[in-house]
Design a protein around this ligand. Structure first.
Ligand code: TRP
Length: 331
């Protein structure tokens, strides 16, 4: 039996290079070896976009395109839509008895997000948003996942899932599997502006679908060492976002870039040009594959429809066991 992977993306925007290095490359690599499930987390996206359903709907398609573009293979992986698996919602209700409100309030990722969403939640957060880690625990366990490839910010979610599993099993019997997180090659990719996180709302991201000209424009505005003003000023690569991305996209010229920057023989304009060329080259096959699927919406629809059907069968198997353990398997 192959081990099982479950991971997902919120359809709140297109995916960017933070997702790529944080989780996407890992899932593509592992789909050869694992029974891989990739969820479009539309229910979770609605927890803070309940007032913008069309945005979630539109981005569900975009997120599927991004996954296919980076090499998720629908013949190896199951791509599906969260809201189409009602078993996840059922399981969420059962788990909600096993989690206290104060434990949710202490979840560092939830805490941070509530702070960022002051405008939406004003002085009181919704029940749904506070509880999304419970729903995420259901996402993971309803497929019996062993491994969850995610970005670093998701570690508290996996931790909380493990707690729920332990509690559930201690009461209802040894039914659920305790999952483990798997962090990508770079746990968290910083934004173009130096912010510790790349994100849509922060306006500091390079998207997988960005056209070459857009990438060039964005890289031009990236934060560099503010003390390096003239070409022959000596720079500090550690204070420069351009060098930070060179580490990902210019591996074969890295030593040279560093030395030239430090010795004042490399200007930032040239350095940025080299970076955007490398990013464009790197993303080219992804962009092409994305276009292929984008031009074939019926094919994409079939892929997701088929994946959802298969996912639902698996979810219902686990739910049967859960209900039996909980003594609610009446007839
Ligand atoms: N919370 C994840 C994110 O914001 C998305 C997600 C939803 C997820 N359910 C999941 C990730 C289950 C891994 C496993 O990116």
């Amino acid at each position: 039996m192959k081990k099982i992977i479950l991971t997902g993306d919120r359809p709140t925007g297109q995916l960017h290079i933070g997702h790529l290095f944080g989780s996407l490359l890992k899932r593509v690599e592992l789909q050869e070896e694992y029974d891989t499930h990739i969820m479009v987390a539309d229910v979770q996206a609605l927890t803070d976009n309940f007032n913008n359903p069309q945005k979630v709907r539109d981005n569900a398609f975009e997120v599927v395109l991004d996954n296919l573009a980076v090499g998720v293979d629908p013949n190896k992986s199951t791509i599906f839509i969260q809201s189409m698996i009602p078993e996840i919602a059922e399981l969420t209700v059962f788990y909600s008895n096993l989690v206290t409100v104060s434990r949710l309030q202490r979840n560092p990722t939830v805490k941070e997000e509530i702070k960022q969403k002051k405008e939406l939640f004003k002085d009181s957060v919704t029940f749904g948003f506070l509880g999304y880690p419970v729903s995420q625990a259901a996402d993971i366990t309803v497929f019996g996942a062993d491994l969850v490839p995610v970005g670093e910010d998701q570690l508290p979610m996996i931790e909380q899932t493990r707690e729920i599993v332990k509690k559930f099993n201690s009461i209802y019997g040894d039914i659920l599997k305790e999952p483990e997180a798997l962090i990508g090659s770079i746990g968290r990719v910083k934004g173009l502006d130096g912010n510790s996180k790349m994100g849509k709302s922060l306006n500091n991201a390079i998207y997988l679908a960005d056209e070459p000209e857009v990438i060039e424009q964005k890289v031009k505005k990236a934060l560099t060492d503010i003390k390096k003003i003239k070409i022959d000023d000596k720079g500090n690569p550690d204070d420069c976002m351009v060098y930070y991305y060179h580490q990902m996209f210019s591996k074969n010229n890295l030593e040279n870039i560093k030395n030239e920057c430090q010795s004042g023989t490399r200007g930032c304009v040239q350095c940025k040009k080299e970076l955007s060329e490398n990013i464009i080259k790197y993303l080219e096959p992804i962009r092409e594959k994305r276009k292929y699927y984008q031009d074939r919406p019926e094919l994409v629809r079939e892929i997701v429809k088929d994946g959802t059907k298969r996912a639902r069968i698996k979810a219902s198997e686990i739910l049967k066991k859960v209900k039996k353990g909980m003594r609610i398997d009446y007839f």
